[in-house]
Design a protein around this ligand. Structure first.
Ligand SMILES: Nc1ncnc2c1ncn2[C@@H]1O[C@H](COP(=O)(O)OP(=O)(O)OP(=O)(O)O)[C@@H](O)[C@H]1O
Ligand SMILES: [Mg+2]
Length: 410
């Protein structure tokens, strides 16, 4: 149980860390991309201004000055294009030119493709009259930029993985530390329950004996007193059962392997069937069974007897007379399956998960002294789990229930 809580804690811790790191990485990448793009844009604008300064208007035609050497201005991954005011290309220089149509209103243009390119448009203003005479489009291949981003991605994801591994290790230590006091106090609580129920045994036994003693000589007491003594004896029986159940629950998790033997589950079930046959017959219940011979199992026979006693008692108790209670066994792979099926009152779907809870009973109002305490299935489940198995239940209100116990053969 604690192992599961620990795993869940660790998992939520890792999910939270991973989300935080992910948000952080996205923010870093976004900020980095933005500032890098801005930097490139600024650089391209500066180049564009230089190129714009080196054109002249000759008889209404835009020409690049003859002594201007564009190679000095641009690097190998950059390119220049000159346009007139109509957007007609006049001349170009460099390899990575943009093939997209010229858009004068757009300052920054991107071209995707095998080599991504970013371009910036700079207007050419005539120096004498301040009129717009054309545009320079400066472009640059973003290959290098992409490489830088890729490196950043690798760095970020590597960092995240390392951080997650480290925080996972830290998380294991932390959850261990956090769970220890809880586990200890749980252990103490269980020990207390076990001690208390153990200590209650003897006084309860004394009360029971003393209450039953006068009942053996009914002629010496009045019928009214006899009734009272009987009530005390009944209540004491009930309390004895309750303390036994609590003791059993407190102890089941700690059953050591020393009580474990190879045992024959078929004979355990056969004995129980013999034991409960009279009770079923008295209630006119058709008690059927279908057992595979010689089902071998390693386990604690008194505990397993208890497990199936609880299931059979419930099946008989919660089935009206005329109903059917059937016990079936099967073996699939390395597991034994034992079904205890009844045609009783059934369990409502919303309660089906509660039946294994301690002290839970569908009919809380029913007299405590009549039925049990609601520990029966909790004990059955604890025993099954202690044997490496589990109990599941399928039920339909008013139709019946089927409890299935799965136990490993080895
Ligand atoms: N075969 C069944 N059919 C219908 N309801 C059932 C069946 N078995 C259990 N239940 C429901 O589940 C509840 C819990 O069962 P559980 O055996 O744990 O307690 P209990 O029978 O009430 O008391 P105890 O077994 O301690 O004497 C029951 O009160 C009943 O409402
Ligand atoms: Mg019961």
């Amino acid at each position: 149980m604690f192992q599961r809580i620990r795993y869940r804690l660790l998992l939520s811790y890792l999910v939270v860390s991973a989300s935080l790191l992910g948000i952080f990485a996205i923010a870093v990448r976004f900020a980095f991309t933005r500032s890098l793009t801005e930097q490139i844009t600024d650089k391209l604008i500066a180049i564009g201004k230089g190129a714009a300064a080196n054109v002249e208007l000759e008889k209404g035609r835009l020409t690049v000055e003859s002594d201007f050497r564009p190679q000095d201005l641009i690097a190998s991954h950059q390119a220049l294009q000159w346009f007139d005011t109509q957007g007609n290309l006049i001349t170009q220089q460099g390899k990575n030119v943009l093939t997209l149509p010229f858009l004068p209103n757009k300052i920054v243009q991107f071209q995707t493709g095998k080599i991504p390119i970013q371009a910036v448009n700079v207007p050419i203003i005539a120096s004498d009259n301040g009129e717009l005479v054309g545009y320079v489009r400066v472009s640059q291949s973003l290959e290098e930029f992409d490489e830088t981003l890729q490196k950043l991605d690798w760095g970020l994801s590597g960092g995240i993985i390392i951080t997650l591994v480290l925080s996972g290790i830290g998380g294991i230590l932390l959850t261990h530390q956090a769970m220890q006091p809880i586990e200890e106090s749980f252990e103490r609580l269980k020990q207390f329950t076990a001690d208390a129920s153990h200590e209650l045994r003897s006084p309860l036994m004394a009360i029971k004996i003393n209450a039953e003693l006068p009942l053996e000589y009914p002629e010496e007491i009045s019928p009214k007193d006899a009734e009272k003594f009987q009530a005390i004896a009944n209540a004491t029986n009930q309390m004895t059962r309750l303390t036994e159940d609590l003791l059993m629950l407190a102890r089941t998790d700690r059953v050591s392997n020393q009580n474990r033997d190879t045992l024959n589950l078929t004979s355990i079930l056969e004995n129980l069937i013999q034991l409960y046959k009279p009770q079923a017959e008295a209630k006119q219940i058709n008690f059927k069974f279908q057992l595979i011979a010689n089902l071998q199992l390693i386990g604690d026979s008194s505990h397993l007897t208890r497990l199936f006693t609880n299931l059979i008692e419930n099946a008989i108790y919660y089935t009206r007379s005329g109903g059917v209670v059937e016990i079936k066994t099967s073996r699939i792979g390395s597991h034994l399956y034992i079904n205890v099926q009844d045609t009783g009152m059934g369990i409502a779907p919303e309660n089906i998960n509660k039946v294994f809870e301690r002290f839970w009973r569908a009919d809380q109002s029913r007299s405590y002294w009549l039925g049990g305490s609601g520990l029966g299935l909790a004990i059955a489940q604890a025993i099954a789990q202690n044997h490496g198995g589990l109990i599941s239940v399928m039920s339909q209100l008013g139709v019946g229930s089927c409890f299935t116990v799965r136990l490993p053969t080895s």
